[in-house]
Design a protein around this ligand. Structure first.
Ligand code: NAD
Length: 487
């Protein structure tokens, strides 16, 4: 048997051995095959990356902004050229189907395109006359070294929320990808280097909590962008803030979709299936609860069940496969436990993902619970798997009330043709990203990814103008120009 490839860290423009004494297997969740071993790097490796990033920052911050942007343009071209290979890597290590992986690559590229606008985005503002002969100019500067901590579910898109913009604005970066999906990062780094990125500007340290703690404790790392689960995000936010860093932490979700009696049933079900079971439910924007008006509920559940049972489950590289595996065996077992809990709590199991899934990988089939109530754990917890809860409600007002009881508030959707209902929903729902007659309202790169409540900790969100503010600090120059004398 050939030896499994051991991944290396990327520090100061070189792939270098980690000082790790432990490695974790990277497993293809579709086949359970071990495809690499990822080092669980110690804090020492973070310090090495920080030293490289600090040295690089001295030069990178002074590279003219349009020149930095040109490297981003090159990067965009290379990413486009390698789209298929990038997507295949995502499917290999994450399990989502190839079409979804291609979609993820596209979303990542859009972030690079947005970051290439750095010369415009980084402009400050000015007022030529704030008092007699006095002007004020506000300049933007990079913050320094930034640390990025990513989850397993979007190995391309989420890191691309972070490092392209941070780097385009003149910062240097240390990325810690998820130890469960670390492979794609190598390709992202190779292509950025080929695009002309100088050494030390982007560094990668593989690992888990030691790397995160190394970043949170390192005095030269000035900002941390985190995306992952709520408990870890809370910890990162608290510890990072305590150590006087600026922190943004995008965390868990339990997204509600409200379906009213007048909704187009066929289109609504297409959207709900895609949002609930796409990427095996492992999306922070997944639809995990449908609150449906009573008048349409029976028909909705009947058709949803029929169509969900027909979804093709299997290897995402094969044509027509819709549903891939969850990421690891522990996620599979956890999902089974939630299904058992849902039954024990009295919900009606309409579609059982334990029985309709292939056995060779970590597969869970589409699972639907009807007659769920807000006191049930399956309604409260983020399950992060293809498990959908249905709550029947009298009207929109009750649907909004139900959704607003959740501790999470990432996304929420409404299916209706009624303009007044849409306005009521927009004004009253607690969620940062809303969808009207569509299932996954993930904003594009130029808008903020704007979760509320326990779905986000911080002030400035990822993406959009918020990301420009997050990755820059300001200097305001107030200057008096005495009147010249011309004699
Ligand atoms: P996770 O919290 O387990 O891991 C995220 C990162 O934190 C990883 O890099 C991991 O190595 C690190 N980490 C894990 N445990 C740690 C610990 N004890 N101490 C320090 N670091 C630790 O999340 P995940 O399972 O990789 O991803 C799924 C979660 O991410 C879900 O909750 C999902 O909703 C969330 N997510 C949120 C968004 C968003 O925009 N809000 C986007 C994608 C994913």
């Amino acid at each position: 048997m050939s030896e499994v490839k051991k991944l290396k860290n990327y520090i100061n423009g070189e792939w270098v051995d980690s000082h790790a004494s432990h490695f974790e297997n990277v497993v293809n969740p579709t086949t359970k095959e071990v495809i690499a071993a990822v080092p669980l790097s110690p804090k020492e490796d973070v310090a090495l990356a920080a030293a490289a990033a600090e040295a690089a920052f001295a030069a990178w911050k002074n590279v003219a902004v349009p020149r930095r942007a040109r490297i981003l343009f090159n990067y965009q071209q290379l990413l486009m050229k390698n789209k298929e290979e990038l997507a295949r890597l995502i499917t290999l290590e994450n399990g989502k189907n190839l079409k979804e992986s291609l979609g993820e690559v596209q979303r990542g590229i859009e972030n690079v395109e947005f970051a290439a606008g750095a010369p415009t985005l980084m402009m400050g503002d000015s007022l030529s006359s704030i008092a007699t002969d006095v002007e004020a100019v506000n300049y933007r500067y990079p913050v320094g070294i930034v640390g990025g901590i990513a989850p397993f579910n979007f190995p391309m898109m989420v890191p691309c929320w972070m490092f392209p913009m941070a780097i385009a604005l003149g910062n240097t970066f240390i990325l810690k990808p998820s130890e469960k999906t670390p492979l794609l990062t190598q390709k992202l780094v190779e292509l950025f280097t080929e695009a002309g990125l100088p050494k030390g500007v982007l560094n990668v340290v593989y690992g888990a909590h030691d790397v995160v703690n190394g970043m949170l404790e390192h005095p030269r790392i000035k900002a941390i962008s985190f995306v992952g689960s709520k408990p870890v995000g809370e910890y990162v936010y608290k510890k990072g803030s305590e150590n006087l860093k600026r922190v943004q932490a995008l965390t868990g979700a339990k997204n509600h979709t409200i379906v009213l009696n007048d909704a187009n049933l066929d289109e609504t079900i297409t959207n709900v299936i895609s949002a609930a079971f796409g990427s095996a439910g492992e999306r922070c924007m997944a639809c995990s609860v449908v609150t449906v008006e009573e008048g349409i509920a029976d028909e909705f559940v009947k058709q949803l069940k029929e169509r969900s049972m027909g979804l093709k489950i299997g290897n995402g590289l094969e044509d027509g496969v819709f549903l891939g595996p969850v990421i690891r065996e522990e996620n599979l077992k956890r999902t089974h436990r939630y299904i058992e809990l849902g039954i024990a709590e009295g919900a009606e199991l309409v579609c059982d993902g334990r029985t309709n899934a292939p056995e060779q990988g970590y597969f869970v089939g589409p699972t639907i619970f009807d007659h769920v109530t807000t006191d049930m754990t399956i309604w409260k917890d983020e399950i992060f798997a293809p498990v959908l809860s249905i709550i029947r409600v009298k009207n929109l007002e009750e649907g909004v009330r139900v959704a607003n009881q959740s501790e999470f508030a990432n996304g929420a959707c409404l299916f209706t043709n009624n303009a007044s209902a849409i306005r009521y929903f927009r004004e009253n729902i607690d969620a940062g990203m809303l969808g009207i007659n569509l299932g996954v309202p993930a904003p594009m790169a130029f808008f903020p990814f704007s979760g509320w409540k326990s779905s986000f900790y911080g002030t400035l969100h990822a993406n959009g103008k918020d990301s420009v503010d997050f990755y820059t600090r300001k200097k305001v120059v107030t200057a008096r120009y005495p009147k010249p004398s011309f004699d």
